[in-house]
Design a protein around this ligand. Structure first.
Ligand code: HEC
Ligand code: HEC
Length: 211
């Protein structure tokens, strides 16, 4: 309950009395949604930085045996393509943890060790701007929504599934974002976003539908 209140307030929309309202319930993620523990520093970092947008299932369901380079590239993709707020150093450290814990690397490997030293940092690369992800982050959408599981609002995968095959889907989703509303997914309301322009609404709707 405390977490829900925090989320709502993080979105600048504190619903008075949420903490006292009894009927709201939040289901905890299943076991597979947790990251595998490790003494490597990347474990804590990944717990902090890799759970904002989706659950650890995305990591658990990657093919086994991926190398350090592949896992580091995966973490780098989150940073550069999807705008995850992590530094290049975080990418190396998280990549090393993932490669040892889920992939083919050993913690004694020289390149794994190098990933933990400042010398192992790659040169700073400017993050490619991805409009839809930037819109989701700048408008606090991700404090209430994730891609693969319900937070306060429905998972974007479920929204995409609900509208699959509907030729009006993009227009309907854009209108839902613009006007907000309640009752389609539950009793908690979605706030209106009347300040978003039509292009932003289309970008968001298309991105969510493609999940
Ligand atoms: C800013 C949001 C965000 C953060 C933070 C984030 N991801 Fe992702 N991640 C995404 C999106 C978007 C997808 C693709 C989702 C989809 O299409 O269902 C994705 C997909 C994935 C996948 C599935 C394979 C793929 O490439 O599509 C893996 C593995 C993954 N993320 C790992 C990570 C790791 C490791 C971290 C922490 C370094 C992380 N993610 C942090 C947004 C994020
Ligand atoms: C304060 C929490 C909150 C924030 C912030 C929020 N949403 Fe929602 N969203 C919800 C809830 C709750 C619902 C379910 C509403 C319902 O049941 O009709 C929802 C529903 C939706 C739906 C499904 C609409 C439908 O027609 O089925 C989409 C798409 C969506 N949100 C996108 C967004 C986008 C994009 C943003 C940011 C611009 C955003 N949301 C911000 C809580 C939020």
């Amino acid at each position: 309950m405390k977490r829900l209140t925090t989320l709502l307030c993080a979105a600048q929309i504190c619903f008075a009395g949420v903490a006292n309202a009894a009927p709201l319930s939040i289901s905890l993620p299943p076991e597979t949604a947790a990251l595998k523990p490790s003494p490597l520093p990347g474990y804590k970092l990944a717990q902090q930085k890799c759970s904002t947008c989706h659950s650890a299932d995305y990591i658990n369901f990657q093919p086994p045996g991926m190398t350090l380079a592949q896992w580091t590239a995966e973490a780098g993709k989150m940073q550069q393509v999807y705008g995850a707020p992590i530094s290049n150093e975080d990418v190396s450290i998280i990549g090393a943890y993932l490669a040892v814990t889920y992939g083919s690397a050993q913690s004694s490997d020289a390149d794994v060790q190098a990933a933990h030293s400042p010398m192992g940092q790659r040169a700073a690369t400017p993050a490619t701007k991805v409009d839809a992800m930037a819109l989701l982050q700048n408008n606090a959408c991700l404090s209430c929504h994730a891609f693969d599981h319900k937070v306060v609002g429905p998972a974007y995968h479920e929204v995409a599934a609900k509208y699959a095959g509907d030729p009006q889907a993009a227009a309907k989703i854009a209108a839902s974002i613009q006007h907000g509303g309640a009752g389609k997914w539950g009793q908690i309301p979605m706030p209106p976003y009347t300040q978003l322009n039509p292009e932003d609404l289309q970008t968001l709707a298309a991105f969510i539908l493609a999940r």
